[in-house]
Ligand binder design. Structure first.
Ligand code: 5RP
Length: 266
């Protein structure tokens, strides 16, 4: 692997082999998602606790402090919306613009088994070629179309295809038999959070994924839609980087939340 590419990847996946990525790219096909209506207000306080931030470029330029040290994993696929065929995605950002934004990686979705499977896989291949030209790693997001199962057989298929086509790391959902998905994927795999769960359940999900070999999480709604997002990202971080149990992480979450409430009252 080229030195520059390796260096950028090492800013995202920390020396312990783990990462807490904060996904805030939902608006690229969902519009003003709950919790991200004021993207700047949501992202700012969370940034110091994220190993990497995953936004689309409009949000980088409008809502992310340019003095941040947090590496960017830029969403570069889109062209679809929740009102249309989800798999109908193309590449939305030129690599030159990604470089101008000083990204540490680019991310695009692949839709295996969906109407535009071939286009999204060829987009990935093209992006990997460009990534190698400029030393930029590529994250493949194994997106799941409306009617697709999220089981180990399907997710392992998606992750392996992504890795075979050259993705440098892969994002996928947790499922029963997740260890099989991890074991058959030769590049680091981060878990997508999915829909908002009660905080303890989201911490258990994180713990399960890490125990079964994930390199970390790329989590959005379970962080920024939590009652206290800043406390939640710290609790997730404690599981990912310090191997604490979900119960301990939940205690940390509740403690941090209480402290903030106390400080507000004073
Ligand atoms: C959509 C994405 C999003 O970044 C991701 O799914 C959002 O994170 P979460 O599901 O945890 O809210 O890649 O394809």
């Amino acid at each position: 692997m080229d030195w520059g590419l390796k260096n950028r990847l090492s800013r995202i996946i920390r020396p312990d082999g783990r990462t807490v990525m904060l996904a805030v790219d939902h608006g690229y096909f969902l519009g003003p998602t709950t919790g991200l209506e004021d993207a700047k207000g949501t992202i700012g306080p969370l940034l110091p606790y994220a190993d990497a931030l995953m936004p689309a470029r409009g949000i980088v330029r409008t809502s992310v402090d340019a003095s941040t040290d947090t590496p960017l994993v830029l969403r570069v696929s889109g062209g679809n919306s929740i009102l249309g065929e989800l798999s109908d995605e193309g590449i939305t950002v030129a690599m030159e613009d990604a470089m101008r934004l000083n990204v540490s990686a680019v991310a695009l979705s692949i839709y295996v088994g969906a109407p535009n499977q071939k286009e999204t896989l060829l987009n990935l291949s093209r992006l990997v070629d460009e990534g190698h030209r400029y030393g930029i790693p590529v994250l493949a997001v194994t997106a799941v179309g409306k009617d697709m199962a999220r089981d180990a057989r399907y997710l392992a298929l998606c992750c392996r295809i992504a890795a075979e086509l050259g993705a440098h790391f892969v994002k996928t959902y947790y499922c029963e038999g997740f260890e099989k998905v991890v074991k058959t994927c030769p590049v680091p795999l981060v878990m997508a959070g999915g829909k908002k769960l009660p905080e303890l359940d989201a911490l258990e999900l994180t713990h399960n994924a890490i125990q079964r070999g994930a390199a970390g999480v790329d989590m959005g709604r379970n962080i920024f839609q939590a009652e206290d997002p800043v406390a939640m990202i710290q609790a997730v971080n404690a599981i990912v980087h310090k191997n604490v149990t979900p119960k301990k992480a939940y205690e940390l979450y509740k403690g941090l939340k209480r402290q903030k409430k106390g400080a507000k009252r004073r």
